[in-house]
Design a protein around this ligand. Structure first.
Ligand SMILES: [Zn+2]
Length: 263
């Protein structure tokens, strides 16, 4: 049996273009009319109702984004981290897709070699209810996209919200988050920052441990102790290091008091 996707091979790439709102990749559901154009074209197609066309396109794109976002969300972990290859359909999205599948059964026929061919449902237009037709088709487009390896390569920029595809299926955990080409520097900055911060935190912990050992007995209150330690640490910091506050001492209390090897 052969499964015929019923759309062009680059449909998954078109899906990403449509997600970003590029009009040429969005199917049009509003009835079109011919408008005269210079040769050799002779005519252009224009929607009969331009306002309705704009409205339907916007709803279509927002539905596509909603579906894609639900999918992407399942791979997101704590902070900005993400594991795209662990994505799976959340319950509600699974229901939406299966609802669509039960309303749109594929066609079946036989090719000239006698093979059974199953056709994926094609885009259906219904001029009597264009918005419904568009929203239903957004599910079809998404279902078609899910049936491609790009489903794990699809990412959304954490900064500007643009959708893009990575070149390969990302393996493992993307610690600093997904960023488009234009905003990739944000992830690099986070990475560099982390590298810088660890030695600084380490030094501060060492200073705090030393200060803790010298803590005057008269200071009994925990808040006051933390404040005193913070003041001692701040006295020894270099000019470009960030001063610590009482809360910092409380957060690393175990390391400071227990002498547990610090980070
Ligand atoms: Zn971006």
């Amino acid at each position: 049996m052969r499964i015929e996707p019923g759309s062009s091979w680059d449909a998954p790439q078109q899906f990403v273009m449509a997600l970003n709102g590029h009009l040429p990749f969005i199917p049009r559901f509003v009835e079109q009319k011919r408008v005269p154009a210079p040769a050799p074209l002779n005519f252009w197609l224009r929607p009969k109702d331009e306002d309705l066309d704009r409205q339907v396109c916007a709803s279509y794109v927002s539905r596509l984004r909603d579906l894609a976002d639900q999918w992407i969300e399942t791979g997101r972990g704590e902070a900005d981290g993400e594991s795209p290859n662990e994505r799976k359909l959340p319950f509600e999205l699974h229901e939406v897709l299966n609802g669509w599948a039960s309303r749109n059964r594929p066609d079946m026929d036989l090719d000239q070699f006698g093979n059974t061919v199953v056709w994926m449902p094609a885009c259906k237009k219904d001029f009597s209810s264009v918005l419904d037709a568009a929203l239903e088709d957004a599910i079809r487009f998404f279902a078609r996209f899910l049936d491609s390896p790009l489903r794990y390569q699809l990412c959304k920029c954490r900064s500007c919200g643009e959708y893009y595809c990575t070149r390969r299926i990302p393996r493992g955990f993307i610690k600093y988050g997904t960023y488009c080409e234009k905003h990739r520097h944000i992830a690099s900055a986070k990475r560099a920052n982390e590298r810088m911060r660890v030695p600084e935190r380490h030094r501060k912990l060492e200073l705090a441990k030393r200060a803790w050992a010298k803590l005057p007995k008269r200071i009994k209150d925990e808040g006051a102790q933390a404040l005193w330690v913070a003041e001692q640490v701040n006295k020894d910091l270099k000019y470009d290091e960030t001063l610590i506050k009482r809360h910092w001492v409380t957060r690393y209390k175990n390391e400071i008091q227990g002498g547990i090897p610090s980070l």
